[in-house]
Design a protein around this ligand. Structure first.
Ligand SMILES: Cc1cc2nc3c(=O)[nH]c(=O)nc-3n(C[C@H](O)[C@H](O)[C@H](O)COP(=O)(O)OP(=O)(O)OC[C@H]3O[C@@H](n4cnc5c(N)ncnc54)[C@H](O)[C@@H]3O)c2cc1C
Length: 272
């Protein structure tokens, strides 16, 4: 059930919520867990920063072709463009078109205009691109986003808190979003269940998790530009680097820089 809050009033022992499709309701606590563009969060927290990374990505599903095989494929094109094709376990193929841009307002365009924009950005490329663009026009699950991170000075106020991408989205480029969302939900639930005072619970949740999310939000230098070179020479260099990166010693070294070490966070145990 999608409950869209129209207003939240944090008064006394309960939060009064006006829901667009369910009228007025009262809750002990409200947790905004509705993703990077959280509308629940934005009703209450006024100083949230969504830091754009200059990267746009469109995701959609297209019919599977024999050439798609069983492996994901990644194709770079000059002028900071990349295309990925990933066969899924449903007999279809997931396509993603990504590019760098200084534009600000393309995310707010209507879907048809976003598709036209992608035709302009990716039109004329070879590889599987003509087929992908044709199928994109028929895709019912098309989604276009400005890739970004969420930075909030505080993750709670009164009886209202935020968790997951709504509070501290690290972006898909971090590879950490699901871990952060699940870990945050676990700690938040554990603290609320084990402390009588919700303010102490929210404080403990934030102080335990914040150093870990800060590490995860620190993207490797050159991200995302390094993965989307401007020139053919840059693409050749990237391919060489990626080939080297798949060797075992390089993988071990990279893991130290790309993934926050587990010892950044000691997961509390909450006994029931
Ligand atoms: C292409 C891509 C690749 C990724 N790869 C990785 C990866 O390899 N590893 C990794 O760890 N993370 C990855 N991530 C990030 C990961 O998906 C997110 O960080 C994670 O899903 C965040 O979880 P969340 O529950 O906070 O938010 P979301 O997954 O965004 O969930 C929010 C939910 O709230 C719902 N919602 C919105 N509004 C309302 C409302 N008013 N009422 C009720 N429900 C509402 C939405 O429908 C949605 O289901 C990737 C993300 C993308 C886009």
């Amino acid at each position: 059930m999608l409950w869209v809050s129209a207003s939240l009033k944090d008064e006394g022992p309960q939060v009064q919520a006006t829901l667009k499709n369910a009228g007025e309701r009262s809750f002990d606590y409200v947790i905004a867990a509705d993703g990077i563009r959280s509308r629940t969060r934005d009703l209450v927290f006024t100083n949230t920063c969504i830091k754009g990374l200059g990267l746009r990505t469109a995701y959609f599903t297209i019919p599977h072709q024999p050439a798609d095989g069983r492996w994901a494929r990644w194709h770079n094109a000059p002028r900071h463009r990349s295309i990925t094709l990933r066969p899924d376990n449903l007999g279809t193929t997931r396509a993603a078109l990504s590019y760098l841009t200084p534009a600000q307002d393309d995310e707010r365009l209507a879907t048809t205009d976003q598709k036209q924009l992608l035709h302009r950005v990716f039109g004329g490329l070879a590889w599987e691109v003509p087929r992908i663009l044709t199928e994109m026009d028929n895709a019912s699950d098309f989604f276009f986003e400005s890739v970004g991170q969420v930075h909030m000075p505080r993750w709670f106020t009164g009886r209202i808190a935020a968790v997951g991408d709504a509070a501290y989205c690290a972006s898909p480029l971090s590879g950490m979003g699901t871990s952060l969302a699940l870990t945050g939900a676990y700690i938040l639930a554990g603290e609320l269940a084990h402390r009588a005072d919700h303010h102490a619970a929210f404080t403990a949740y934030e102080s335990t998790l914040r150093p870990y999310t800060a590490r995860a939000q620190k993207l490797p230098p050159g991200t995302p530009r390094a993965a989307l070179p401007r020139t053919r020479a840059g693409i050749a260099l990237l391919n060489t680097v990626l080939r080297t990166a798949t060797t075992k010693p390089a993988r071990t070294l990279l893991a130290r820089f790309l993934v926050p070490p587990a010892d950044t966070l000691t997961l509390p145990t909450y006994h029931s």
